[in-house]
Design a protein around this ligand. Structure first.
Ligand code: THU
Length: 131
């Protein structure tokens, strides 16, 4: 594990503490790092309609995009699960389109960590190159 990976996990873990998850009770934190080394964080945000829930990954990434960031190298996801929590299908699509084959770091609160690449999490992706 590199220092950059450790730092990103720690930022995602801190963001997780701000999760708005009264319906599922499942708190998730995410942090995305730009190619310049800036970090943007997010937590999952639920509401009474359930279906309008936003995952931590998309909150982090949309915050960064809305601040003008366009190039990313890695994204960390932290949840309190023994089996590490990966991005859902919707998030994989968004992460692929905006981060390409970025490094995806999964971690839990006990210090378990795994590192993946988007390409392996989303094989044969649909994206703008097909339009
Ligand atoms: N969730 C995330 O925020 N990220 C993931 O990677 C998996 C799921 C959220 C959505 C919902 O608020 C809760 O976790 C349970 O699905």
């Amino acid at each position: 594990m590199t220092a950059a990976q450790r730092r990103l996990i720690s930022r995602a873990r801190r963001a997780r503490a701000r999760a708005v998850a009264p319906f599922s009770g499942f708190a998730v934190g995410a942090a995305v790092e730009t190619t310049q080394g800036r970090i943007y964080t997010g937590c999952n945000i639920e509401n009474a309609s359930y279906g309008l829930t936003l995952c931590a990954e998309r909150v982090a990434l949309f915050k960064a995009l809305s601040e003008g960031q366009r190039a990313f190298k890695r994204l960390a996801v932290v949840a309190d699960t023994d089996r590490l929590t990966p991005p859902c299908g919707a998030c994989r699509q968004i992460i692929w389109e905006f981060c390409g084959d970025a490094e995806i770091i999964l971690a839990n609160l006990k210090g378990k960590v795994a590192v993946h690449r988007m390409r392996t999490l989303l094989p044969r992706p649909f994206d703008a190159s097909l339009l």
